[in-house]
Design a binder for this molecule. Sequence first.
Ligand SMILES: Cc1ncc(COP(=O)(O)O)c(C=O)c1O
Length: 502
Amino acid sequence: LPWYHYQPMRKPARNDLPAIVLKRNSNRPLNEQLRSEIAQIILAGKLRPGARLPSTRRLSQELGISRNTVNEAYDQLAAEGYLQSAVGIGTRVVPTLPPELLRPGRPQRTKLHGTRLSLRGNEIAKVTIALDRIESGAGTQIGNPALDLFPFDTWKRLMAQQVERLSHAEFGYANPAGFQPLREQIAAHLARSRGLRVTSNRIIVVAGAQQALDLTARLLLDDGDPVLFENPGYPGARAALMGAGAHLRPVAIDGEGMNVGSLSSVDRQARAAYVTPAHQFPLGPTMTLSRRLALLEWAEEQNAFILEDDYDGDFRHAGKPISAIASLDTYDRVIYVGTFSKVMLPSLRLGFMVVPEELVTQITSVRGFMDRHSPVLEQATLAAFLELGYFARHIRHMREVYTERRALLITELLNHTNDLLDIYAPETGAHIIANLHGISGQRAAKAIGTQEIAIVPLSHYYFEPTKSNGLLLNFANSTAAGIQRSVRNIARALRGQRRSKS
Ligand SMILES: Cc1ncc(COP(=O)(O)O)c(C=O)c1O
């Protein structure tokens, strides 16, 4: 039996309520339980509009609770529009409640039938749900950096300092373009590491690369606009662009990145191009200088723009990070996107975009009406983290760790799987590609299962169904022992597959 029961058979007399049983050992306060019971009784039509309720004294005696508790429940019900009190007539159900809307035996909740999404919403959901499966792939941790090596103690200390230092005013609504000291630190970082010299007013702090892509797509593209997109390419960017109605034109990636020289005359007319030139995702080549210059020339000719996603360019294993295309841009065609997800933590949800001067105001206002701005405390903490040199130190540390992990993964693969696959290891980033001998990446990933390194079949990232033998192996968030165990399991699974085939 439920903990209370009504007695619908007995016609309620005036001043009578159906039986109410309150649960005394619940952590829900008694006044709230009583409020909710009476509200349900009224909504179910068991007390008619205008019906009088027992006096607070009587009800408190009947239920064995204090009068105060009943008063509180009645007051709340009056504030919510169920009850009315007046001198002389006591408390009654609001007489103007339309009885036809109070349905006896009305079910508590009914399931929604049919779809509630707009046509546009449906399209966006279809795209994103399909791409989400790619993102989660076989390894759910695919994009994570080394989470355990983040200097959490330093972060905690800086954050506590910022709580003290920020003024009360700074905890109010803030500039959607970002916390000014952070914008300045980002500008200094870009000049140092990407050859990109911009004033801080062209930097807009956003909630990760994803928001930068979404904002750009919404603001600069019309429904049906053709956009050149790397094939294979990054699902997050695909979803953002398609969500804004763009028609993506896949462009094959070779060892030099995207080649606008190879475009058909139709594709040349595109409105924009999305590229990951520092480290093409997922294949890995760095876009060559001649391709970069050709891309800029194309953008200028077509009055198009370039979305440059530099998500993990800080992790070059040999030498310094590559200069950004934006640093070569004399036409104001490039929207440069950076993120703290890979160098710091994805859960920070902080990234930035560098936009042409004449777009700053529009992009800033639109962002302001999306989610106002990124959290100021985190931005201020990050600004201090950069200013005090912890950021540069963390990048150096991570670069060493990833270089070691990458070398270990390659050595282990060479030692245990040399006859089973070839390795392609780009100089940047936190993943490598394995080209399997005689088995598709999809079948292999299934046979290998979840491991301590993240594993995704390369075919996932192509536009068209592809019989790729490639596997993406991400080592960023795995220990040395985890890498060794994973490689042994990969070798075992691939040998098992080979045996079952022969
Ligand atoms: C190509 C690419 N761009 C951007 C990102 C980062 O996105 P965000 O900053 O939204 O976390 C990733 C993460 O995996 C990525 O692979």
